[in-house]
Ligand binder design. Structure first.
Ligand code: CIR
Length: 259
């Protein structure tokens, strides 16, 4: 069964980390409602959602994707690039330990899950301001025994690899090529985001449906014209914290336990 771990919006979200966006007031109540609607969409698509309680003292803890890389056999608990976020892994590790053997990244490695785009047995990993070379080689080492290949991809001008590209099925990647070294994505069809929507490349593929923020109507229309089934959702408050639609869940198959 497809399972998602999510976590409620922290009431302290206004103290979130910001790298590329200017700080704007976030309505934490509205963010929580948008997040619940996101969880509901996952449920409608057949995903079993495990919704962890909010962490009041950890402003970015809703962005669970960054704290772990879950593959079919194990979960790698990351050492996130932002020191303020590192204690998010504790409660998440407890939740994930039910489903996967856990491995932990060690200093000096840093890596955020938002930098990891998995396509089959290949993990493309963004060399970003959050993920360093040690992080990429440690992930490669931890996953090599399980038959995964890790390929580094240059990232500049955005937070994470998946701020600038995501896999949307049918051998296709939605991309903003000005932020991502797309030469590493050879062999895939690339669809460029609309020029007026540079942050539109963060989409979440679930059961053939491409979930996309509703603030990107031009990119949505382009994808629909190419035959993709797109579901738009409003995540405006989470976007103010530099979040998108991949970062608020960790999705994995819970039938693969204890391999
Ligand atoms: C941060 O800067 O860490 C958070 N404010 C946003 C994290 C978004 N994560 C993601 O897209 N994977």
């Amino acid at each position: 069964m497809l399972t998602a771990i999510t976590r409620g919006v922290s009431p302290s979200m206004n103290n979130c980390e910001l790298t590329f966006h200017a700080r704007q007031e976030i309505d934490a109540g509205k963010a929580a409602r948008q997040h619940q609607a996101y969880e509901e969409v996952l449920r409608q698509l057949g995903v079993f959602v495990i919704s962890l309680p909010a962490e009041p003292d950890l402003p970015d803890a809703v962005f669970v994707e960054d704290a772990a890389v879950v593959v079919d056999e194990i979960a790698v608990m990351t050492r996130m690039g932002a020191a303020s976020r590192r204690s998010e892994t504790e409660s998440l590790a407890r939740a994930l330990s039910v489903y996967r053997l856990l491995k932990y990244m060690e200093a000096p490695a840093t890596l955020d899950g938002g930098d990891v785009m998995r396509i089959g047995r290949t993990l493309f990993v963004g060399a970003s301001s959050r993920t360093n070379a040690d992080g990429i080689s440690e992930l490669r080492h931890l996953l090599a025994d399980y038959g995964y290949r890790v390929k580094a991809v240059g990232v500049k001008g955005c937070l994470h690899l998946k701020s600038g590209c995501t896999y949307i099925g049918r051998d296709t990647i939605l991309v903003n090529r000005s932020w991502i070294d797309s030469t590493q994505l050879e062999g895939f069809d690339l669809i460029d985001v609309a020029a007026t929507e540079p942050t539109a490349a963060n989409a979440l593929l679930i059961q053939g449906v491409v979930i996309l923020p509703s603030s990107f109507p031009e990119t949505k229309a382009m994808l629909e014209a190419r035959g993709f089934n797109v579901r738009a959702i409003d995540v405006s408050e989470l976007q103010k914290a530099e979040g998108g639609v991949t970062c608020t869940s960790l999705i994995f198959n819970s039938d693969d336990i204890d391999s």
